[in-house]
Ligand binder design. Structure first.
Ligand code: 5AD
Ligand code: SF4
Length: 435
């Protein structure tokens, strides 16, 4: 099984593994040995689609040579439905994000009787309660606390691929988190397409974050991805004050211009966003990250400049900058022409990435000489001779393993000696200047 897209998709793949294992399926890392190949797909932007199409092309070979069963799961399956089955005749099974309970059955039918199968109905209730995802890693665990999205930002396909918002019963979430703490997980990331609109009867998101962070053994709680419209003071207080909730907020801006924000259906103005950031900053040093879309329908140069200026002013720790990509079925696709030339979109993206790089570098440089508290997660990407972990504000830190015997799951004070725009480099120090 291969997974594309966001953490929610990674989490769903863990759910699918668990569902299939209980039905007697096993897993291999080598596609040459597999009887079934599954792709869990993403539909958020065109390049996500293209990556999946590229991969499907490779799978044709396995189909032709060995007759493997091919299953396409996730957001692209949901968004394209029959169109995908028709255009890619070698796909056997197509299952959207709410249909995974059907998957074992559909795969068995495809294997035994070569029947093609489809499960792309969205549900108002499915939260995969009682299914414990098959997790890997051992340090950070994802828990999806709500699924779907009711915001209908005009650019976004998620409400169509993942359906209506629904929250899980906090009782099940807390039992799952307690079980994870007992198994040694130190960090929990609460996930949802619109995570801070979690609401189960009278139980809201601030209460949920607090309850998870209060579990003995859970040292760090994060959440992804919130919407600026759902940040009540109680939630800001929890982020600012709870010792086990990471002091960091991802606050997607998308655009710094009011006309564009309105056309995007974001339900806040530049002034509302600034007010929220002021509210956050009044509570302390809480680093922010953001998402930006460049070249949304009709975005003029002056409107784009508003975004540029706001990014300059906000001093984000990091910004994820995307080129607007029209998605089938969305409100923007129906209402507005995708009229910003590709070359201009690319120029704007490149300029904002450059701007943010210089801001991130400057912020990281301020950390040189400081000691940060790092949760060790595993080997660094570039070398197994180095450890990699994150600061509370979610910046990657890398250091040589030879400097101190340590293990994943441990918190370590690391003195920062050098930085790039995305990574801090340092060495562990003995004394712990933390409360
Ligand atoms: N085009 C470009 N970027 C998009 N995003 C969502 N939909 C689109 C789209 N159609 C971006 C938003 C969102 C992030 C997850 O992906 O910035 O916050
Ligand atoms: Fe992609 Fe959004 Fe689906 Fe995640 S929820 S896989 S980002 S389309």
């Amino acid at each position: 099984m291969e997974t594309f897209g966001c953490q929610m998709n990674e989490y769903d793949s863990e759910l699918v593994r668990s569902l299939l294992k209980t039905q007697g399926f096993g897993f291999t890392d080598q596609s040459d040995h597999a009887d079934v190949i599954l792709l869990n797909t993403c539909a958020i932007r065109e390049n996500a689609h293209n990556r999946v199409y590229g991969h499907l092309g490779k799978l044709k070979y396995h189909k032709k040579e060995r007759g493997v069963v091919i299953g396409v799961l996730g957001c692209m399956a949901q968004n394209l439905k029959k169109e995908l089955l028709e255009s890619q005749p070698f796909i056997d099974v197509l299952v959207g994000p709410d249909g995974y309970r059907q998957l074992p059955n559909l795969l068995t039918k495809a294997m035994e009787t070569q029947t093609r199968g489809l499960s792309v109905d969205l549900s108002e209730y499915e939260t995969y309660e009682q299914i414990l995802p098959e997790r890997v890693g051992g340090v950070n665990a994802w828990i999806a606390v709500m699924r779907g999205c009711d915001n209908f930002c005009t650019f976004c396909v998620v409400p169509y691929t993942r359906g209506r918002e629904r929250s899980r019963d906090p009782k099940g979430i807390l039992e799952e988190a307690q079980g994870l703490a007992k198994r040694g997980y130190r960090q929990i990331t609460l996930l949802g397409q619109n995570v801070n609109s979690f609401q189960f009867e009278q139980y809201d998101f601030a209460k949920l974050v607090t309850a998870v962070a209060d579990i003995p053994g859970i040292e760090r709680v994060r959440f992804m991805s919130p919407h600026p419209k759902d940040f009540p003071p109680a939630l800001l207080d929890v982020v600012a004050q709870h010792p086990h909730v990471a002091s960091q907020i991802h606050l997607p801006l998308q655009s710094g211009n009011d006309r564009v924000l309105d056309a995007m259906g974001r339900n806040y103005s530049q002034a509302d966003y600034r007010r929220l950031v002021d509210d956050i900053r009044r509570r302390g040093d809480i680093p922010l990250t953001t998402d930006i879309i460049c070249g949304f329908c009709g975005e003029s140069d002056a409107e784009y400049r508003d975004t540029y200026q706001l990014i300059e002013e906000m001093g984000y720790q990091a910004a994820y900058v995307f080129k607007y990509s029209e998605r089938k079925n969305t409100i923007a696709a129906k209402k507005f022409p995708d009229d910003v030339p590709e070359a201009i979109k690319k120029e704007r993206v490149a300029e904002l990435i450059d701007l943010q790089k210089s801001i991130s570098l400057q912020k990281n440089r301020e950390l040189i000489g400081q000691t940060v508290n790092v949760l060790i997660e595993g080997d660094a990407k570039k070398s197994s001779q180095q450890w990699m972990g994150h600061t509370e504000s979610n910046i990657t830190v890398v250091w040589d393993k030879s400097l101190q015997a340590s293990h994943p799951g441990e918190f370590l004070p690391v003195l920062i000696e050098d930085v790039s725009a995305s990574t801090l480099f340092g060495r562990p120090v003995q004394s712990l200047p933390f409360p």
